[in-house]
Design a protein around this ligand. Structure first.
Ligand code: SF4
Ligand code: SF4
Length: 148
């Protein structure tokens, strides 16, 4: 489910713009408030929801099932270091999930400049940059296909 912005709460700080991996959170040049320019391209990662200091971003249920009673609401409590997701299922059942909020300061993660340039043969490797050492595992697990 994509996100939308309560413009009455947004102060235009731009944190959602910086963090959105899909580059779809923009600041309206006239209103100076954020908005999701392409909800259908939303990854639904909810990084913007977690990053917004004003609780201005919420989640829009898809039109085909939201009217059936489903709902998802978010509560961000940075002072407690948690974010909560309240899910209301169509049968009325409610579940609340609480997770720690990442507290790494904005802009504090630097690119790994100290690491060497990738070698040409690494371009054809299935491994991503700095795997597996940055995952803190000795090697990636392999999928074993068992013959019937
Ligand atoms: Fe961007 Fe993720 Fe927010 Fe969607 S949920 S607008 S992809 S940051
Ligand atoms: Fe507005 Fe929140 Fe985005 Fe800041 S992070 S621009 S307050 S929606």
């Amino acid at each position: 489910m994509p996100t939308f912005v309560y413009t009455s709460l947004c102060d235009g700080c731009g944190k959602c713009v910086e963090i959105c991996p899909s580059d779809i959170m923009h600041i309206d040049p006239v209103m100076r408030r954020a908005y999701n320019i392409e909800p259908e391209y939303c990854w639904e990662c909810y990084s913007c929801v977690k990053a917004c200091p004003q609780h201005a971003i919420d989640i829009r249920g898809y039109a085909d099932f939201a009217p059936l009673g489903h709902a998802l609401t978010v509560l961000r409590e940075p002072e407690k270091g948690v974010i909560s997701w309240k899910v209301v299922y169509r049968n009325g059942e409610t579940k609340t999930f609480r997770f720690p909020i990442r507290t790494t300061k904005f802009g504090s993660i630097k690119p790994p400049k100290e690491l060497p340039e990738p070698r040409p043969e690494e371009l054809s490797s299935e491994l991503l940059s700095h795997e597996p050492e940055y995952l803190k595992i000795p090697f990636l697990p392999k999928l074993e296909v068992k013959k019937a």
